[in-house]
Design a protein around this ligand. Structure first.
Ligand code: SF4
Length: 246
């Protein structure tokens, strides 16, 4: 039987710029490919022929590895980035759950971080989550607002996903912009509250220059509505863009 392989865009060490763990040091494994096509996506759509890999943690000096990679190759590169000083390893994308066979081989090889494996996901592939759930420690799950992402509704997939994800430490991320509708935010809140009192991050779309084009009053109103129903609701932009990298 052939070993699974996966295409990656990059492997590097940096600061988590989004969500509840903002500011924590992580090793990022950015997988290529996604099952959605959100209007605000800032990730490469095409699979690159090579994966760029940072030579020393935080140096921003890269070398290149031909895609696709084996789990052993990725684990070796992670080890060279000194996992012991990192909070966790972020599996990000794209959509990392498109590569579950690969992850089943890879994750047991990733050791020595302080808090384990952090999965960043669009929250639409519950069957795939179930396969790797025992291997994951923290889940950052998107709920897509159809009018903002400009994609079809994924409410049912999100509901099933969150019901599984709640067995781990999970928080939900709602990306919003000037066009986001209160009705869709309420629908997302119904979904979350139907599962439990899950922490929520409202994330305004942030331009590559670190600008937020969203009326402050609007976002405060959305946060107030969410706080009427949930205990922990934070507004956090994509802070890594203030540092000048995507
Ligand atoms: S789910 Fe994420 S990676 Fe996929 S298209 Fe949407 S923003 Fe891009």
């Amino acid at each position: 039987m052939s070993l699974p392989v996966a295409p990656l865009i990059e492997i590097f060490s940096s600061i988590q710029g989004e969500g509840i763990l903002v500011g924590c040091r992580q090793i990022f494994l950015r997988f290529a490919g996604c099952n959605l096509a959100c209007s605000y996506c800032d990730t490469l759509r095409d699979t690159p022929g090579q994966c760029r890999w940072e030579i020393r943690p935080g140096s921003r000096e890269f070398t290149f590895l031909p895609n696709p990679l084996t789990p052993q190759e990725v684990a070796l590169k992670v080890r060279e980035l000194n996992p012991a000083i990192h909070h966790s390893i972020s599996l990000t994308g794209g959509e990392p759950l498109l590569h579950t066979s690969f992850l089943l081989e890879l994750i047991p090889l990733l050791k020595e971080t302080r808090q384990g494996i952090y999965l960043e996901t669009n929250g639409t592939l519950p069957d795939r989550l179930q396969t790797i759930l025992p291997l994951v420690d923290i889940i950052a799950m998107d709920i897509k607002l159809p009018g903002t992402a400009k994609i079809g509704p994924c409410w049912q997939e999100h509901r099933e996903f969150l019901n599984l994800a709640r067995r781990k430490y999970v928080f939900v991320k709602l990306v919003v912009d000037e066009n986001s509708k209160l009705e869709e935010i309420e629908e997302a809140l119904d979904l979350i509250c139907g599962v439990g009192d899950i922490p929520l991050v409202i994330q305004p779309v942030t331009t590559p220059e670190g600008k937020i084009q969203l009326n402050q009053e609007k976002v405060l109103t959305w946060q107030s509505r969410a706080l009427e129903r949930l205990t922990d609701v934070r507004v956090i932009p994509q802070t890594h863009k203030f540092f000048g990298h995507l």
